[in-house]
Design a protein around this ligand. Structure first.
Ligand code: MEV
Length: 311
């Protein structure tokens, strides 16, 4: 019986989203609490999807899947596999449109399963190449940070034109991810920032640079200075994201609440305009309390999450 399997976790942008599209650094962390599993099996006939988001022949997949379909076609061509005789089962626990990188995770899990099906080993570069085809369709101008973080086990320091490096946290950091409930659209959020940048270049450029500075300080906080500084950087970055127009009422409401309940810092994560927030708690007990409170306050879903110290 011919079959292949691929899995992928999700990702969080800690700081630097949007600014990273315009050349500033960003820090992203792998988020293993939600993920995707893709299983490919031999089945005669046209390629079919059997997934939580779409069932049926790939040739009639909705436009939203165009990127994934293109990624699959390119991968099959590269592997010398025919564009038929398989079914791709995709199971995802990543809520889509919430800034957690669901599109990139789906693409990566599927590509891994296709390589596994063909019994061909692959490099990280090959994997990213095929996944970025999907991201290009989904976002227009993706920085590549999502796919990179989804294939990483460590926090990532990412700059568009430079090689990636990895960050080793100097202590445990207790985060809470909370879903505002509203679905965001990465493409339109990225486009709205580009539009502002055209309209008032000086003002917006300064904000993008400021986010870059905060990101440098956040790296220092993660590695050495610790959670109080990191919290301040998250709060400062959120102010700039509000000024860039990518926060919204639902996010602001959760962020203000988390800050009032003692979070050291809180901001949106990912593209914004809906989606999730990330908050930094004081310690493990506070993290559990804050998660409970955010849930009661109306967060759609809440994930307490520890970023562990690495030597
Ligand atoms: C999306 O997770 C992060 C953005 O900066 C877009 C990108 O970098 O491609 C908003």
């Amino acid at each position: 019986e011919k079959s292949g399997i691929g899995i992928a976790h999700s990702k969080l942008i800690l700081i630097g989203e949007h600014a990273v599209v315009h050349g500033q650094p960003a820090i992203a962390i792998p988020f293993p609490l939600v993920g995707v599993e893709s299983v490919v099996e031999y089945q005669e006939g046209p390629i079919r999807f059997d997934s939580t988001f779409y069932h049926g022949p790939m040739s009639s997949a909705p436009l939203a899947l165009e990127g994934i379909v293109n990624s699959i076609h390119s991968t099959l061509k590269y592997l010398n596999l025919p564009r038929k005789d398989m079914v791709i089962h995709v199971k995802s626990s990543i809520p889509p449109g919430k800034g957690l990188g669901s599109s990139a995770s789906v693409a990566i899990a599927i590509i891994r399963s296709l390589f596994s099906y063909a019994k061909v080993s692959y490099s990280e570069r090959e994997l990213l190449h095929f996944a970025n085809i999907a991201e290009k369709f989904a976002h227009g101008s993706p920085s590549g940070i999502d796919t990179l973080t989804i294939t990483s086990e460590s926090p990532v320091w990412f700059e568009r034109e430079n090689p990636v490096s990895y960050i080793s946290p100097g202590e445990d950091f207790h985060f809470i991810v909370a879903d505002s409930g509203r679905i965001g659209d990465t493409r339109s959020a990225v486009e709205s920032v580009a539009h502002l940048l055209k309209k008032t270049p000086k003002k917006i450029h300064a904000k993008i640079e400021r986010i870059g500075e905060l990101t440098h300080l956040a790296k220092h906080a993660l590695e050495k200075a610790g959670k109080n500084l990191l919290g301040q950087m998250l709060n400062e970055a959120q102010k700039e994201l509000v000024a860039l127009g990518v926060s919204d009422e639902g996010l602001d409401r959760l962020i203000n609440f988390a800050q009032k309940e003692g979070a050291l810092g809180a901001k949106l994560t990912g593209a914004g305009n809906g989606g999730c927030i990330i908050a930094l708690a004081k310690n493990e007990i506070h993290s559990r309390q804050l998660a409970e409170k955010l849930k009661e306050f109306g967060a759609y879903a809440v994930w307490p999450f520890v970023l562990r110290k690495q030597d």
